[in-house]
Structure formats: structure tokens, C-alpha cells
Write a protein that binds this ligand. Structure first.
Ligand SMILES: Nc1nc2c(c(=O)[nH]1)N[C@H]1C(S)=C(S)[C@@H](COP(=O)(O)O)O[C@H]1N2
Ligand SMILES: [Mo]
Length: 435
């Protein structure tokens, strides 16, 4: 008697989900099914892998193992892969960030469509059929939460909406990436065979010829994606893919130009730093103006001097003395972590290697560069040996044939090939070379 009630009670839970989204009959789209999910999933599989690799590379480019650069002090084992970021090819960081940011933005519609395609599973009933299923659902929480977190923090950062971030972007995005990628690897490991089978179940080419009227649901599946009570189609699978692809393409056209430059730059309307300011030699993008950085006083006036520190006594040079030294030229872009970059600019100034020699440390393993700006995380940076030694690495005094403008770092700024923009310190006041 007691046993029977228990069994009946159990059935009641299984068979009578609460009304609304917990019932399979609630989800009626005739195009939802394993095939559509697998198509979107395979795009994300490739895209997110590229995002992860370019993200790790981007982090390495910051030299987080040097001096004051440590962006996430407690990264511990997660920094295992760090390597010496090269200075060649000079466009490496520009390409890396362009791909990372543009791809991240372009994948947003795909991610949203993928989440839509599996949303009935969020309401699976009963919520936990077995401990194993509960564990799987918790891992999906990390997967979906991790994806939304990474995309959201990335977009917030490139749009300069720092306010909603509860901490440093670098730490949040870095740790978030590891949590997310862990869940992602588990998910792909479990679902890969199902994805391949679903992709084989119909031909993409054939599907792209099916219009709305001829659209039929996929055969019933055991995973709860195909509608049990499908509605009349209002959109074909082709239409759904075109909607997602069109959204991605629109986002591409509205952002890619900020990294690629050329004619696309004028359509990069979603990019806060995509546009050039004017045609003049100093007209290329400015991230933070001198005014915004608080560099408005006499710090950069006639009394300004560059201080070089090495093993001996510090030495000082005024701007005229620096201009009297051998000047070298380099055509290099500024490429920001946020994805925007300038075209190549013609910089001229003194080689960092020559400054290391002047400081008495020609074989310096690193240099701490400090700006006259105060109170900003961007006011100092550490560069490593290969960056000091590259003949294109300059302390620039002039750009495109004229003196640097105050906004671009007058009296002197760092410019190093393949360097993240933020490490090309402006308004430099002191350089300390270390053995
Ligand atoms: N002292 C100082 N240097 C700085 C910055 C800053 O805020 N302060 N911004 C950095 C960032 S984030 C970038 S992308 C580049 C931008 O250089 P630009 O303004 O000349 O284009 O300068 C870098 N150098
Ligand atoms: Mo930047």
C-alpha cells in the first residue's frame, strides 16, 4: 500500500510537469531539433576555440610575468603557458586582437540562436532524474553562464562601459575564460558524437533549398529538442540560418573596419575608437587624450626631462638633447586590446636599445617605463629583452613627419612592434633598465 503510493507519487512528478515551459507541448517550433542545434554548435566549436587561443595569446602579449604588469596576481598554474611575446611580425598583435574582438562580436547571434535551440532543456522535468543528470545540468550552468559572462565582459570592455564590471576586466575575463573552457571541453567531449550524427542526418545543401511551406520537423528525438506538438512553420531552417548569418554579417561590417582599416573603417559604426579624427599627421585615433589623462600641467613643458636609470647614477636628457641623438624610423600601427587599431604610422625617435646603452645596461632583460601621468594603471609598463633589442622599438619624438601631439604622447612615447597599445606608454618621464 505504502509502496504503491510512493510509486504513484513518483509517477506524478515524472508525468505531470507543472504547466508552461516544463511541458514538452509548450515548445512548438517545427525547426528546433538536433540538426539545427548541431549546425550552430559546430560553428561555435570552431569559433570559441579560436577565441580561446587568441585570448591566451593576448594575455601573454602583456608580459604579465614582468615587473608591475601582473594583471591577475593570483593566476598561479593558469599562467603555465606564458611565453615571450615576439616583436615579429610587427602586425601580430593587431591581427590577434582584430580576430579575437571581431569574432567575439560576430558570434553573438550564433550563440543566441544556439541557446534558443536548446532552451526547452532548461525546463527539463523532473529537474533531476539522477545524480549523473543533475551533475550534467550543473556543468551546463557553468557552460551557459561562462559563455554569457565571457561575451558580456568582452563587449562591456570594448564599449568602455566599465561601470558594470565588479572588478578588473583582465582578471574577470581571464578566470572566466578558464572556467568556461573547462565546461566547454566537457560539453564537447560528451556531445561530439551526437553532433556528428545530427550533422550527418541531413545535408546542409539540400536544407538550403527547402522553403517555409515544405519545412517539416525533424524525426522525434530522445533528447527532447524536437517539438512533440509542432506548430505550422513560419520560417524555414534556411531562413533561420540566414537570419543568424545576416546578423553576424551586419555586426562584421559594423566592427571589422576598426581593425582592418581601409574603406571598412567608415562602416565600423559600433566601434567607439574606429574612426580617424582628422586627415593631419596626428589625426589617427586617440584612446585617452592628454586632458582625460590629466596630463595638462607643466609636466610636459620645457622643463620636462627623461630620466634613465641603470646600474649607475640616473642620467637626464631634455627633448632637444634627445633630438640631437641618432634618430631612427619605424612604420608601425597602434593596436589596442579593444580590437581597434590605426594603420601604420611613421614614427621616428631613439631606439630603446640605444637608451639601454646610455643607461649603462646594453644587455638589459627588461625596462620599467613610467609616464609623467599619475594615478592610472596605464601610466607604467614593463617591456622585455626582445622588445628592447628590436631595431624598430623606439622612444618616439615625432610621427608622420611632425612632433607628436600632446594627445599622442608628447614629448616622447614608446612604440614597439606587435606590442599591445596599452604598453606603448605616452608622456614618458622615466625608464629604468634592469639586468
Ligand atoms: N601614459 C599613458 N599611456 C598610454 C595610455 C594612457 O592612458 N596613459 N593609453 C594606452 C592605450 S590603452 C593605448 S591603446 C595607446 C593609444 O595610443 P594613441 O592614443 O596615441 O592612439 O596608448 C597607450 N598609452
Ligand atoms: Mo588600449
Amino acid at each position: 500500500m505504502v509502496r504503491e503510493t510512493l510509486v504513484r507519487g513518483g509517477r506524478a512528478i515524472t508525468d505531470n510537469p507543472p504547466p508552461g515551459p516544463f511541458r514538452r507541448s509548450f515548445w512548438r517550433s517545427p525547426i528546433r531539433g538536433p540538426w539545427l542545434t548541431a549546425v550552430l554548435g559546430s560553428v561555435l566549436l570552431v569559433g570559441i576555440t579560436i577565441l580561446f587561443v587568441t585570448g591566451l595569446a593576448s594575455y601573454a602579449a602583456y608580459n604579465p610575468d614582468l615587473g608591475g604588469n601582473d594583471l591577475t596576481p593570483a593566476k598561479g598554474l593558469l599562467g603555465f603557458y606564458l611565453f615571450d611575446w615576439p616583436t615579429e611580425p610587427y602586425w601580430l598583435y593587431r591581427l590577434n586582437q582584430g580576430v579575437h574582438v571581431t569574432l567575439g562580436i560576430v558570434l553573438v547571434p550564433v550563440l543566441l540562436a544556439k541557446l534558443w535551440s536548446v532552451v526547452p532543456k532548461l525546463f527539463a522535468w523532473p529537474p533531476a532524474r539522477s545524480p549523473a543528470q543533475l551533475l550534467e545540468r550543473l556543468s551546463l550552468l557553468l557552460l551557459v553562464g561562462g559563455a554569457i559572462f565571457e561575451f558580456a565582459t568582452g563587449i562591456v570592455n570594448i564599449q568602455y562601459w566599465y561601470e558594470p564590471l565588479p572588478g578588473s576586466f583582465y582578471g574577470l575575463h581571464f578566470y572566466g575564460a578558464w572556467v568556461f573552457i573547462g565546461a566547454f571541453v566537457v560539453h564537447v567531449g560528451i556531445r561530439f558524437p551526437r553532433m556528428v550524427a545530427a550533422l550527418r542526418s541531413r545535408s546542409l545543401r539540400a536544407e538550403l533549398r527547402v522553403d517555409t511551406a515544405a519545412t517539416r520537423p525533424e524525426p522525434p528525438d530522445s533528447h527532447g529538442l524536437v517539438a512533440s506538438d509542432p506548430a505550422q512553420p513560419t520560417m524555414s531552417r534556411r531562413g533561420a540560418l540566414a537570419l543568424v548569418g545576416g546578423g553576424s554579417l551586419t555586426l562584421f561590417v559594423m566592427t571589422a573596419g576598426q581593425s582592418i582599416g581601409g574603406p571598412l573603417r567608415s562602416t565600423a559604426l559600433l566601434a567607439p575608437r574606429g574612426q580617424v579624427l582628422s586627415e593631419g599627421p596626428n589625426g589617427f585615433q586617440v584612446n585617452k587624450t592628454a586632458f582625460a589623462a590629466g596630463v595638462i600641467g607643466p609636466q610636459t613643458g620645457p622643463s620636462w626631462q627623461l630620466e634613465l636609470n641603470g646600474p649607475g647614477e640616473p642620467v637626464q636628457f631634455g627633448r632637444d638633447e634627445l633630438l640631437a641623438m641618432p634618430q631612427h624610423a619605424a612604420r608601425l600601427p597602434i593596436a589596442c586590446v579593444e580590437g581597434w587599431s590605426t594603420g601604420n604610422q611613421s614614427w621616428s625617435g631613439i631606439r630603446l636599445a640605444d637608451l639601454a646603452r646610455l643607461a649603462g645596461l646594453p644587455g638589459a632583460s627588461s625596462v620599467l617605463v613610467e609616464s609623467v601621468q599619475v594615478g592610472s594603471a596605464f601610466a607604467s609598463t614593463s617591456l622585455r629583452r626582445n622588445q628592447i633589442l628590436d631595431p624598430q622599438s623606439l622612444l618616439a619624438l615625432r610621427v608622420n613627419g611632425v612632433d607628436l601631439s600632446l594627445d599622442h604622447g608628447f614629448p616622447v612615447r614608446v612604440i614597439v612592434p606587435a606590442n599591445p597599445g596599452v604598453h606603448n606608454t605616452k608622456w614618458v618621464g622615466r625608464m629604468s633598465f634592469e639586468a
